[in-house]
Design a protein around this ligand. Structure first.
Ligand SMILES: [Zn+2]
Length: 310
């Protein structure tokens, strides 16, 4: 996918951090207590996988699957969740790396986390969990499942950043992102492919909503905004408001589903590792630590707190 590496992220960085943080908070006990001891690390490193794109060969295709690329029609007869080897035999391995390997990356990262839990290796657990959280969050973004990932094939350039960064920054603070207690995922491969299919089903509606709002708008939709040291061309806030309302809660729903998905994967990986006791390597926060957190205004146990300003 030419141009993908130029896009900085899937969800914007603040959303990735929020998803890993909220997923930690949504875990069942006792895993929750151990992972909450490291919630700041898990949130801070939620974007490591994106940062590797510029330095690590083949990192970028791990974040997407262009499911509608004609070159991937070879997947159509392989069932709902084909193994990588079977898909590579049908499509060629180079083709898969050219159009994305996200559903298989979910499985590879999941297996890494199971192994890390099994070995009770604190840093391995944290690194694997942070990365799995990132890839699973990406799988919930519709524009990570299509060749038309930035609207560039339909004269809707820039839609990627609007959907995943601009709208969350403008409206994320008002979203209801609490998730129910998560459960065990029986079949991680089937789960991953079904998440991608649900995301992909949103591609045409989100593009159609953009066409509809832009056609009714008429005038120039853009405004220059200062972002750090640079000036950026952004859609004007009223256009964003109309587009956001035309989407009917889509961003909020995919965001909440991502939190639930990440927590479910982490919990399932821990169970698949035999539910090891991690108290020797990941100490839950003590009561005095929690009191101290409250006194200094930091509350790592809060559920789905406000979105940090991007
Ligand atoms: Zn990504």
């Amino acid at each position: 996918m030419v141009g993908w590496a130029l896009l900085c992220s899937a969800w914007g960085f603040p959303v990735h951090r929020h998803i890993n943080r909220s997923a930690t908070e949504a875990l069942p006990a006792p895993l929750r207590g151990w992972m909450m001891a490291e919630v700041e690390w898990l949130a801070a490193h939620a974007t490591d996988a994106d940062k590797r794109k510029h330095a690590v060969e083949r990192e970028a295709p791990r974040h997407y699957l262009d499911r509608d690329a004609p070159a991937l029609a070879c997947l159509d007869t392989l069932g709902a969740a084909p193994w990588f080897g079977r898909a590579a035999a049908a499509c060629s391995e180079d083709t898969l790396w050219a159009y994305g390997v996200l559903p298989w990356q979910l499985r590879w990262s999941y297996d890494r986390l199971v192994a890390a839990f099994d070995s009770c290796d604190r840093m391995a657990i944290l690194r694997a969990a942070a990365d799995l959280g990132h890839y699973a969050a990406d799988a919930h973004v519709p524009l990570h499942t299509t060749l038309n990932y930035n609207g560039q094939l339909t004269q809707q350039d820039g839609i990627h950043a609007v959907w995943e960064t601009r709208l969350p920054a403008l409206y994320g603070g008002g979203y209801l992102l609490a998730v129910p207690e998560v459960g065990y995922i029986e079949d991680v491969d089937a789960w991953g492919w079904s998440v991608l299919a649900k995301s992909h089903a949103h591609v045409e509606p989100l593009l159609a909503a953009e066409r509809q709002v832009s056609a009714a708008w008429g005038a120039d939709q853009h405004v220059r905004e200062q972002r750090g040291n640079t000036m950026q061309l952004q859609r004007v806030p009223l256009w964003c408001q109309r587009y956001h309302s035309a989407l009917g809660g889509m961003v909020e729903q995919r965001w909440r589903a991502a939190i639930e998905g990440v927590a479910s994967l982490w919990y399932s990986a821990w169970l698949d590792a035999g539910a090891p006791d991690l108290s020797a390597v990941m100490a839950p926060r003590s009561r005095w630590q929690e009191t101290l957190d409250r006194l200094i205004g930091r509350n790592p146990r809060r559920v789905n707190g406000p979105l940090p300003v991007p």
